[in-house]
Design a binder for this molecule. Structure first.
Ligand code: PBG
Length: 325
């Protein structure tokens, strides 16, 4: 036997030397849920360790993350039902809780990177990402709402906008609105290949944003398809996106790899709520080691070709790294 691959696994020193991929805290984006009020920190029942924060508590959480070297945050608003309407007007109302929270975070931590979410669902009385009429999602009228959101969030200080709505033409529409209004430096991380997935369940609990009627299958992608992801990626690229995202992550490692091989833009993977909840639930039952699963999950996303990872494990990972250092 001339070839013995086990020689390269014989000690920790050699294993680490030949390790091809690694996860860095700087690669991670931590999604955070924001609610109205003061002094509130409410755990999401289906996501142990993940909370909805009022802005004052959000600042504390971000501060503790920044100390661990984690500095990019994706903010999602949880809105009271009384503020929801058909056209998601709360989404771009000046002085809204969400826009104020973005501004406050940027003012307090100018060096952090704030990503925001663009889609109507947290503010829509129909619980859909676009305007819902007679059982249909209206694509083009929705683009106006999305661009209004983009401008309001850019104005508030967002660094990266995350259109998660899957309407056709949204990236070009908001890129144009941003450029005309003098926000050429605001980035767009497009939810390029966002699949119609049951893994979003716990997130919809957190935001109380589940669709009231129907599902999201006329805009989110069919889990059976991969070629369609190339079309979406091509469009996002020419429309001006700065990052291409795949979501969910673990069931779509092949899509991450496909986009990484075919596009030069950095690829992001969203390790979504349900992927987090499954690990936590099994860990709580003592059925597997949650920390090891976290590490195996994150490294698998890097191996598949993700440059950036959005994950609810971000702080836990950063804590682990700080302990080991
Ligand atoms: C909605 C949105 C969703 C997520 C991010 N933005 C859910 C959905 O499409 O219903 C899911 C994130 C997660 O599950 O962690 N625009």
């Amino acid at each position: 036997m001339f070839r013995r691959p086990r020689r390269n696994r014989k000690t920790a020193a050699i294993r680490e030397m030949v390790q091809e991929n690694q996860v860095r805290v700087q690669d991670l984006i931590f999604p955070l849920f924001v609610i109205d009020g003061q002094n509130k920190k409410i755990e999401v029942a289906s996501m142990p360790g993940i909370y909805r924060y009022s802005t004052d508590q959000l600042l504390k959480e971000i501060d503790s993350c920044m100390e661990l070297g984690l500095r990019t945050f994706d903010l999602f608003p949880s809105i009271d039902d009384s503020l929801k309407d058909k056209y998601a007007s709360e989404a771009y109302r000046e002085g809204s809780m969400y826009l104020n929270a973005i501004a406050k975070v940027k003012e307090t931590f100018p060096e952090c990177c704030i990503m925001t979410d663009i889609a109507m669902d947290p503010y829509s009385s129909d619980g859909h990402d676009g305007i819902f009429e007679n059982g249909e999602i209206l694509n083009d009228p929705t683009l106006e709402v999305l661009s209004n959101m983009a401008l309001a969030q850019a104005q508030a200080g967002a660094d990266i906008l995350g259109p998660s709505d899957m309407m056709d033409g949204r990236v070009a529409h908001m890129r144009e609105a941003l450029d005309i209004n003098n926000f050429p430096n605001v980035s767009i991380m497009s939810y390029t290949a966002k699949y119609a997935s049951a893994y979003y369940g716990p997130f919809r609990d957190a935001l109380d944003s589940a669709p009231k009627a129907g599902d999201k299958k006329t805009y989110q992608m069919n889990p059976a398809n991969s070629r369609e992801a190339l079309i979406e990626a091509e469009l996002d690229m020419v429309e001006g996106a700065d990052f291409l995202m795949v979501k969910p992550a673990l069931s779509y490692l092949d899509i991450i790899q496909l986009l990484n091989e075919n596009f030069e833009l950095p690829i992001a993977a969203y390790n979504v709520s349900g992927e987090y909840s499954m690990v936590k639930a099994a860990h709580q039952k003592g059925w597997l080691d949650g920390q090891q699963i976290m590490n195996e999950t994150l490294i698998s996303l890097k191996r598949a070709g993700a440059k950036v990872i959005l994950t609810y494990f971000a702080k836990e990972f950063a804590l682990q790294e700080a302990k080991e250092a």
